[in-house]
Design a protein around this ligand. Structure first.
Ligand code: AP5
Length: 217
C-alpha cells in the first residue's frame, strides 16, 4: 500500500508515519527529512533548498520531483510524507504511479489552525532519524534526549514563529488545493488529527483496515 500524508505543518504527519513504520513495517519517505539531511551534508540539492526552507517557502517543483522520483524507485509499502505539495508535484506523482502500475491513498489530516503553532513551537526532533517529540504532548523520557538512540534532540530553525506563519501561508495557497485534487481524482480518507496521538493512529487504521495487515515489522 502507498499512503500519501497530506496536512498542514504540525498536523502530525511525521508522528503518525513513524508509528506506522515501527508497527507495521512501512517505509516513511519524508521530503522534509531528505532535504534536511542534504543540507546537513551540504550537497548541491541541500545548498539550493536552504534559502527556500529558511524563508518558509516551498522548494521549487523541479528539484523536488527529481529528488522524490529517485526515492520512489522502490515504492512498495511506503508512506509519502510531505509530497506532493503542489498541483504540478501531484501530477508528476500520478504519472509516476501510472508508469509503475501502482495506486496511492491520500490520508488527509483535518486539524484546526489553532493547535498548529503550539504543536510546532513545542516540537523537538532527532535530526538523524526524523523522530519527533513534544515538550507537552509527547515528551521524551529525558528532556533533550531521544528515547531510541540516546542522541540529542534539536529544535528546527524553520519552527521559529515568524517562519511558521509563512509556512502556513504557503500551505494554504499551494498545498490545500491538493485536497480537492485527491477528492476528485483519487482514493482518499479524511482523518481527525485533533485527538491524542494514539487516537489518531487508531483512526487511520479504522479508516484503512489494510494498513494493519501490511508487512509486520
Ligand atoms: P516538512 O519537514 O515536511 O514540514 P511540514 O510539512 O511543514 O510538516 P511538519 O514536519 O512541520 O509537521 P508534521 O505534520 O510532520 O507534524 P509532526 O508529526 O512533526 O517540510 C519542511 C520544509 O521543507 C518546507 O517548509 C519546504 O521548504 C520543504 N519541503 C518539504 N517537502 C517539500 C515539497 N514536497 N515541496 C516543496 N518544498 C518542500 O507533529 C508536530 C508536533 O506536534 C510534534 O511535536 C508532535 O509531537 C506533536 N503532535 C503530533 N501529533 C499530535 C497530536 N495528535 N496531539 C498533540 N501533539 C501532536
Amino acid at each position: 500500500m502507498i499512503l500519501v500524508f497530506l496536512g498542514p505543518p504540525g498536523a502530525g504527519k511525521g508522528t503518525q508515519a513513524k508509528i506506522l513504520e515501527d508497527r507495521f513495517g512501512y517505509r516513511q519517505i519524508s521530503t522534509g527529512d531528505i532535504l534536511r539531511r542534504n543540507r546537513a551534508e551540504k550537497t548541491p540539492l541541500g545548498l539550493e533548498a536552504q534559502e527556500y526552507m529558511d524563508a518558509g517557502k516551498l522548494v521549487p517543483d523541479d528539484l523536488i520531483i527529481r529528488m522524490t522520483e529517485a526515492e520512489l524507485a522502490n515504492a512498495e509499502n511506503v508512506i509519502v510524507d510531505g509530497f506532493p505539495r503542489t498541483i504540478p508535484q501531484a501530477e508528476a506523482f500520478d504519472a509516476l504511479l501510472e508508469r509503475k502500475g501502482l495506486s496511492a491513498v491520500a490520508v488527509i489530516f483535518d486539524v484546526d489552525q489553532g493547535v498548529l503553532i503550539e504543536r510546532i513551537t513545542g516540537r523537538w526532533s532527532n535530526p538523524r532519524t526524523g523522530r519527533v517529540y513534544h515538550v507537552k504532548f509527547n515528551p521524551p523520557r529525558v528532556a533533550g534526549i531521544d528515547d531510541d538512540d540516546g542522541g540529542p534532540l534539536v529544535q528546527r530553525a524553520d519552527d521559529a514563529a515568524d517562519v511558521v506563519t509563512k509556512r502556513l501561508a504557503e500551505y494554504a495557497e499551494k498545498t490545500a488545493p491538493l485536497i480537492a485534487h485527491y477528492e476528485k481524482h483519487g482514493d482518499f480518507v479524511h482523518v481527525n488529527g485533533l485527538g491524542e496521538i494514539g487516537a489518531v493512529t487508531q483512526a487511520i487504521v479504522a479508516k484503512l483496515p489494510g494498513v494493519g495487515i501490511s508487512r509486520p515489522s
